[in-house]
Ligand binder design. Structure first.
Ligand SMILES: Nc1nc2c(ncn2[C@@H]2O[C@H](COP(=O)(O)OP(=O)(O)OP(=O)(O)O)[C@@H](O)[C@H]2O)c(=O)[nH]1
Ligand SMILES: [Mg+2]
Length: 362
């Protein structure tokens, strides 16, 4: 039957979209004591690198899966100057090995090369290291412990490498003197933004979801997801279709819900997506099966003029945009009410239900 979305095909849509969510692997390298662990903990707001149970993947590389996320960190610990060459070769052959995997989710996607601001110079080993790993993966050079504005190291790095991505950071606020305010944390949002830009598209959501240094980066990405979904919806509506065939939009809306929910850091499970779909796409009283999406029309100004009519590219775009932006709005309010902390799945569902009811009643 036209426009009829069976439970089974809905589940297939959901599973297919979940499968598309990628994993992100980051390798963090640098000399002992430069602040690698401090940086990791600050970006992900998890005590991963110190107390996390890392598992050794090679003699000098530890692996840390960040709990509840799709990000894995590889921390090359104890990079001593005298052993630089050996460790560098170990890291490079590890990266080469990973890149041979057919599954992109098993690749190493980016390296954060940490160099301490306090050293004020580049060691030969550090130069060789950056040159070597950038043959395989994008490298961001992080100047850790950038407690003052001295640009010496920044300028040396800029001159040394072609098109380097250099981000000075203070990962954790630093008290210098008693009675004076501490030096605040800086640079982490830039590191998040630069990293995201260098990641393959399929890896960006996992990274943005896991990081907790820049909430606005998640919101920005969510808007981008809505934009991309709206374009897909326009294509689906390129040949105008009757309202009863709205099912062509279902996979697009499902994909959008999944990506947005993921980017805000929620673990994606079929049951949660199904519950969200039940809230959003089902007109009050109707079952999930059958023509969902009817309640989405609530979001479109002048809905009366399109109801019962046809869906064309413009209507498909407005439904998708209005729906996606409304969902982002709910998420932003929910995080705010939770003082920035990630709400539970139950809180998410309850909030969506409440907001949707308000919309339906209005
Ligand atoms: N306040 C403050 N301290 C920092 C920062 N970065 C590093 N430190 C301090 O520098 C010391 C070394 O930092 P770690 O993060 O353990 O360095 P690491 O690179 O992980 O060291 P290894 O694991 O031994 O290779 C610790 O005492 C940190 O507290 C920072 O951004 N702020
Ligand atoms: Mg460490």
């Amino acid at each position: 039957m036209a426009g009829f979305q069976t439970d089974e095909s809905l589940l297939r849509n959901i599973d297919a979209e979940i499968k598309q969510l990628g994993r992100t692997n980051i390798i963090v390298v640098g000399r002992t004591g430069v602040g690698k662990s401090t940086l990791i903990n600050a970006v992900f707001k998890e005590d991963v690198a110190t107390t996390g149970t890392g598992s050794p993947v090679t003699k000098n590389i530890q692996k840390y899966a960040i709990p509840g996320t799709s990000v894995t960190l590889f921390d090359s610990r104890g990079l001593e100057m005298k052993e630089f060459k050996k460790i560098m070769e170990e890291v490079c052959s590890f990266i080469k090995r990973c890149q041979k995997n057919k599954d992109i989710n098993e690749h190493i996607h980016i390296a954060w090369m940490c160099i301490s601001h306090t050293s004020n110079r580049l060691e030969e080993g550090e130069i060789a290291f950056v040159e070597m790993i950038s043959k395989y993966i994008p490298v961001v050079i992080v100047i850790t412990q950038s407690y003052d504005e001295d640009n010496t190291l920044f300028n040396i790095i800029q001159q040394k490498f072609q098109d380097p991505k250099v981000i000075p950071v203070v990962a954790k606020e630093k008290s210098i003197r008693k009675g004076y305010p501490p030096i605040p944390s800086t640079g982490l949002p830039s590191l998040v933004k630069t990293t995201q830009e260098l990641l393959p598209a399929a890896q960006q959501i996992a990274f943005l979801a896991a990081q907790n240094a820049d909430f606005s980066a998640k919101i920005l990405k969510a808007h981008g997801i809505v934009g991309a979904s709206a374009i897909a919806a326009a294509a689906a509506g390129a040949i105008p279709i009757p309202f009863s065939d709205m099912a062509v939009l279902v996979p697009i809306e499902i994909g959008m819900i999944i990506s947005i929910t993921a980017v805000f850091g929620f673990e994606i499970e079929r049951s949660v997506i199904l519950a969200l779909w039940g809230i959003f796409a089902t007109a009050s009283g109707a079952s999930i099966v059958g023509l969902g999406l009817a309640s989405l029309l609530k979001f479109i100004p002048g809905v009366g003029s399109v109801a019962g009519g046809i869906i064309d590219a413009a209507v498909a775009t407005s439904i998708t945009t209005a729906f996606g932006e409304a969902y982002i709005g709910i998420l932003v309010v929910l995080f705010k009410e939770n003082n920035g902390a990630k709400p539970t799945k139950d809180q998410l569902l309850a909030k969506c239900k409440q907001e949707w009811k308000t919309k339906q009643d209005s």
